[in-house]
Design a protein around this ligand. Structure first.
Ligand code: AMP
Ligand code: ZN
Length: 738
């Protein structure tokens, strides 16, 4: 029987349902003010596998997944009265209920496309306010909650078991929450909201004995899990970020209410990452299922991709790995197609079926070892069993894998005329008319069909959408797949490095002005087209076709800023590299002055816009001065390419441009290079579109994240600052005691 890792007791639990034969499982569902991203979907896939594995073994699974359509949100934001469903409704000119309905339907469509079984119920938070209030009132009565001015708080210190799931290891998040909210009504900063009084003008609110208001975030899951599954149930799932505070809060509420543990096994899935960090809308690295479909990739390729890693390990999503998963899925389906095309008269080896099914079950039952189960499936596929035997085995396995493997025969059907063409080719080959046979094959290919020669003759199938996309423009999916030329000798005097993401006119302005002022210099421009969609890509391709100095690399989606710039750095071959931003226009010879500075051994980086700081917290633009700086801004950032060999590339965890230049500058400083500004370098700054397009809140959030990243690494390196050298003079030795 299935064993899964229980976050509560940190051991493998064998799932023995409380009610024999019926497993009750609750899954924290989506917040429906936007599309679920594929990271969220990874968590739902995990729950789907649990359910399918149990069902394969004859158990009934009562699965509940809630729909958060109010009061969701990180607790501290909630306590400021912000509600994302309401915010989205205002932004889109709809009612909160319409927004919730719209995104609920899209969520269910995404799940269906991933073959995630529909749960028994999808209860909505807004339909369960009375149940939430019942628990809240009870907690107040029991003294585990208190009321202040219409707000109800859970009193953490009155629930001794608080922290038993997360082990209180989350001080950092806790402190962060405390910092931003500072709710004076709370007795203890750890206390969280059960009910929040409605602020002036709020429309989404309910009456209660505490006055009009709305529920906190955790209470909905206590109310709905108990209502649908009872005061004791078997499994509760979520992503690891749910452990604290959400599930810790839920445990406090539910257990204080019922007086005993409610959930037997807590199951948490690790995150899906993108470009190395947790996929999240706010990090700007999230993808939704339709992004995948837009590339012609089968959503089930994402399901297959998730099967290649165990749920307790992080999985880094890239389009490269997704394409690999698509090919893996395709190869597996191709096998199934082969078996189903064999004569049906073959006998089925029942013993082998039982044996392979047992091997498969053994893997999935071992804490959801889906990668292991996939390995078993592949070994079976490659074994010497008969086609019909293999089909019988795969039919069972696919109840868990859910890759629609047997639908392949249907998908591969082609019109009779195409079959006839294949026959013609066979005849031509029989007559040894190979030129004609080849012509027919090419014709089929051009018409969108793939011919496969097998021992039992030629077969034809329609080309899959992803195969067609693959043939189109050469693109890259990540910086990792781009070869580094950093150690190769220089082949140009200068590389102009540009990352372009839409705003064609800006891109044009910088590329043209940079090339114009390069004059007779042996220059190359390396442009990374970072997933543009407004015609910039096409313009760049046209330019590169007629302008030999320009080389364009297209990213198949928008990469993080660090990764995008690293592709440019890796592909540069100039002695000097000048990185320029698309908001910049070059208005004179910048290359002469740049080389003049870089000829000095002590100078590592030069550009017009330097930054100084005295404390690493406040950066200012060097008082309009030229001279030694602590950092160079990315508008125009020049250095010798060879210095990259010891300085290294940029940190790709910086997805947003801000502070990435400062961070990179410190890499130079750490290696003993000086950073020099010269304001007479002739460039003009135009509107910075990336910045001006962002909403204020987004700017702050993204900037703060990058700034934290910077501080974490360099926070104690005041020894690197220009000011510390000036005040200490040059007689003090420093920098070697860290
Ligand atoms: P939310 O809509 O933000 O409440 O998240 C829905 C579910 O997705 C929760 O169970 C989260 O723990 C989970 N989740 C959020 N981000 C990720 C991620 N990057 N990878 C996997 N699961 C995630
Ligand atoms: Zn929940």
């Amino acid at each position: 029987m299935l064993k899964i890792y229980n976050t509560m007791n940190k051991t493998l639990d064998e799932i023995t349902p409380i009610v024999p034969g019926v497993v009750k499982m609750y899954t924290c569902g989506p917040t429906v003010y936007r599309d679920a991203h594929i990271g969220n979907l990874r968590s739902y896939l995990m729950a789907d596998w649990v359910r399918r594995i149990l069902e394969l073994q004859g158990l009934e699974v009562q699965h509940i997944k809630n729909i958060t359509d109010v009061g969701h949100m990180r607790q501290e934001v909630l306590e400021q009265g912000e509600d994302k469903v309401i915010a989205a409704a205002i932004a889109e000119g709809k009612t909160p209920a319409q927004i919730a309905q719209f995104y609920t339907e899209r969520f269910l469509a995404d799940e269906a496309n991933l073959n995630i079984h529909r749960p028994m119920e999808l209860p909505k938070a807004t339909d369960h306010i009375p149940e939430m209030l019942e628990i809240t009132e009870d907690l107040v009565k029991k003294g585990v909650a208190y009321v202040v001015e219409g707000n109800v708080y859970f009193s953490v210190s009155d629930f001794p078991d608080y922290g038993k799931l997360s082990g209180n290891i989350h001080e950092e998040e806790l402190l962060e929450a405390v910092r931003v909210e500072a709710d004076p009504n709370k007795r203890d900063p750890r206390d969280f909201t059960l009910w929040k009084a409605a602020e002036e003008g709020r429309t989404v609110k309910w009456p209660s004995v505490f006055g009009e208001g709305f529920p906190g975030w955790h209470i909905e899951c206590s109310a709905m899990s108990i209502k649908y599954l009872g005061r004791e149930f078997d499994i509760h799932t979520g992503g690891v970020d749910n452990i604290f505070p959400h599930h810790e809060g839920e445990i406090g509420q539910s257990e204080a209410f019922t007086g005993k543990p409610v959930v037997n096994t807590w199951l948490h899935g690790q995150h899906l990452l993108a470009d190395g960090v947790k996929m999240a809308k706010s990090a700007g690295n999230s993808f939704i299922l339709s992004d995948i479909e837009a590339k012609g990739i089968d959503p089930l390729a994402f399901r297959y991709l998730c099967m290649t890693a165990r749920y307790r390990t992080r999985l880094n999503f890239t389009f490269t790995s997704l394409k690999a998963a698509q090919r893996g899925l395709h190869r597996l389906k191709n096998r199934v197609w082969e078996w189903s095309s064999l004569p049906a008269g073959e006998s089925v080896d029942d013993e082998a079926v039982a044996e392979w099914n047992a091997k498969f079950l053994d893997r999935v039952n071992d804490n959801l070892d889906i990668p292991g189960a996939l390995t078993v499936t592949w070994a079976m596929a490659k074994s010497r069993l008969s086609g019909q035997t293999k089909l019988a085995i795969i039919r069972e396995s696919d109840k868990v894998l859910a890759l629609d493997l047997e639908s392949v025969s249907e998908q591969n059907q082609v019109p009779v005329s195409v079959q006839a063409t294949v026959q013609e080719r066979a005849v031509a080959r029989g007559r040894k008319e190979y030129t004609e046979a080849d012509r027919i094959r090419r014709q089929l290919d051009a018409d969108g069909y793939v011919l496969q020669d097998t021992i039992s003759g030629a077969r034809v199938r329609p080309k899959a959408a992803w195969e067609k996309v693959d043939e189109a423009r050469n693109t890259v999916s990540s910086a990792a797949e781009v070869p580094s030329l950093v150690n190769q000798p220089d082949t140009h005097e200068v590389t102009i490095g540009i990352v372009a993401n839409n705003y064609k006119e800006d891109v044009k302005r910088i590329v043209e002005s940079a090339l114009k002022w390069a004059g007779d210099r042996d220059a190359e421009a390396v442009v990374l087209d970072n997933g543009s969609t407004d015609g910039t890509s096409e313009w760049l391709d046209e330019l590169a076709a007629t302008e030999p100095r320009v080389r364009v690399i297209h990213a198949d989606h928008t990469l993080g800023e660090g990764a995008a710039k690293n592709i440019v750095l890796k592909q540069s071959l100039g002695r000097t590299v000048v990185l320029v931003d698309t908001s910049v226009e070059i208005t004179g010879d910048i290359y002469g002055p740049i080389d003049h500075y870089l000829d000095r051994d002590d100078v590592g980086v030069v550009g017009p816009f330097g930054l100084r700081t005295d404390d690493l917290h406040h950066f200012h633009d060097g008082e309009g001065e030229s001279g030694n700086m602590d950092a160079m801004q990315a508008y125009c950032f020049a250095f010798r390419r060879e210095t990259l060999r010891n300085v290294g590339l940029m940190r790709e965890s910086f997805r947003f441009y801000r502070n990435l230049d400062i961070d990179f500058s410190f890499h130079f400083k750490e290696q003993g290079h000086q950073i020099v500004a010269d304001q007479s370098i002739p460039v003009v700054l135009h509107e910075h579109r990336v910045w001006s397009e962002l909403a204020e809140g987004e700017r702050d959030e993204l900037s703060l994240k990058n700034y934290r990243r910077f501080l974490e690494k360099w926070g104690d390196r005041t020894d690197l600052l220009v000011s510390s050298h000036e005040s200490n003079g040059h007689s003090h030795p420093h920098g070697h005691d860290h």
